[in-house]
Design a protein around this ligand. Structure first.
Ligand SMILES: [Zn+2]
Length: 251
């Protein structure tokens, strides 16, 4: 049986407007997901790099210059979450990346043997200097020499329909979401195709993104829902902590 866990790997701090939220300043969770499948462990996204614990890290300094920041404690790193789940990081088979932003690809360095599963369009965007600058895709976090599986459109990861990549471009050129059918139910892990349940309604998207593409992608994701489908948004504070929709530990 397939099992799905949700983990919070630190917080992203930003003016609310940058995330389409009304509050002047917000701190939102940086989640990643662990999928235990009979044929191996897959992650969806990889959270923040361990170095983000250090306030003097050059990337954090750059974020602060732009009015943003992150926070990460030793207890919230990707490695600590995997330890708690009794998963050997060296044995993680796949990391499906929603996109190449630093708060989704950061933990890749802790997963040396994983195959990175990413949309070919996204990888090409990260490799192109102008596009990567426009969409903030810093090579430092993702270009580490992992084995790659570049996919084009929908992709059935294990070939049994349990874990399916769904293209949801717009936030970045090759953004993808993930549908997971597990013991925990039917989930669409939306990623940053939409930050919060609220912006799924308001359609308040980040300024730099392709809004027409985001609207089309989100419409398509919404249309895939069945009566039991649970949508988990990219950075929604109301879907974590006490209101968490997914287990974060074995129970
Ligand atoms: Zn994000």
């Amino acid at each position: 049986m397939t099992r799905l866990f949700g983990c919070v790997c630190g917080q992203f701090h930003s003016p609310g407007a940058g995330l389409g939220m009304a509050a002047e300043r917000v701190a939102v969770p940086v989640p990643f997901y662990v999928i235990e499948h009979p044929e191996g462990v897959a992650l969806f996204d990889a959270g923040l790099h361990d170095d983000m614990q250090d306030a003097d890290d050059p990337y954090r300094q750059r974020l602060r210059e732009g009015g943003m920041d992150v926070s990460l404690t030793a207890d919230e790193t990707l490695g600590r979450h995997l330890e708690r789940l009794e998963i050997d990081a060296a044995k993680v088979r796949y990391v499906v990346l929603s996109h190449l932003h630093f708060d989704h690809s950061g933990g890749l360095g802790s997963l040396p043997n994983a195959t990175v599963v990413v949309q070919a369009k996204e990888w090409a965007a990260g490799a192109d200097e102008e596009t990567s600058r426009r969409y903030f895709l810093p090579k430092r976090f993702f270009d580490l020499g992992h084995q790659l599986r570049l996919v084009d459109g929908e992709h059935d990861l294990f070939g049994d329909g349990s874990v399916t990549c769904i293209p949801s471009h717009g936030h970045t050129p090759g953004h993808q979401s993930l549908r997971v059918r597990s013991e925990q139910g039917d989930h669409i892990l939306v990623g940053d195709a939409c930050y919060t349940a609220e912006s799924a309604v308001s359609r308040n998207f980040p300024a730099y993104a392709d809004h027409a593409a985001m609207n089309r992608s989100l419409d398509a994701l919404m249309a895939m829902r069945g009566p039991q489908t649970v949508m988990i948004y990219g950075h929604d504070p109301d879907q974590w902590g006490e209101r968490a929709l997914l287990p974060s530990a074995r129970g």
